[in-house]
Write a protein that binds this ligand. Sequence first.
Ligand code: NI
Length: 256
Amino acid sequence: MIDSHAHLDFPDFDQDRLDVITRAHAAGVHTVINIATDFDSCQRVIALAESNPAMYAVVGVHPHDARHWEGDKSAEHLKRLAAHPKVVGIGEIGLDYFRNHSPRDQQKAAFIGQLAVARELNLPVVIHNRNAFEDIFALLLDQKAYEVGGVMHCFSEGVEEAQKTIDLGFHLSVNGIITFKDSRMATVGEKVRLDRVLLETDCPFLAPHPHRGQRNEPAYVAVVAQKLAELRRCSVDEISQATDANVERLFRLSAS
Ligand code: NI
């Protein structure tokens, strides 16, 4: 299976990154996509992808760091980074109205600027949403982001929002939250169209039960697959085959 959203470049993995990668392979995770959060992180995820054939990179500036986005200058910088052959998307980008580490108008400007880059380069987008679904949805529509498609990562909205996301041509990704007690993601995971679902860890964050609260890692995407299989009363193989195919299609992995 594929971990479609990891942050293996984070310092959390500096002591044992190779062990983490070995455990992922042992757990059946054959591919990992590392997602950048700022320009330094872009360099690191590209370096990881260069050093490991089983890794790909997604480059972009997270809404937390949107205050550092400098319009055209940053857009040109991002385009140069995204030209790397192992870069398969733009992200993570979006809006975060929960932490508000950057002012909302700057978050919107960085988001719009990066959606434009994604469309220009014809790359799918990886969207971060926290308490901002309506504004994100409106901007995706307004900026014609459906022309490149993408994924609403760490999906944590309800069934209705899941359907709206799918109707707009987007995918949603499911992570350890689905294993938490009383998670409404269980209902979404049970009902959503499987051909629009990706699996992810978002490691080092959001480790699934029974690892909750510890550092997350790509091997635990197998726990997420297992939970999704239980909810849908199907085999883990069925889940991993379907979600792998979705990731490969969305990020055009075989072609890169
Ligand atoms: Ni993330």
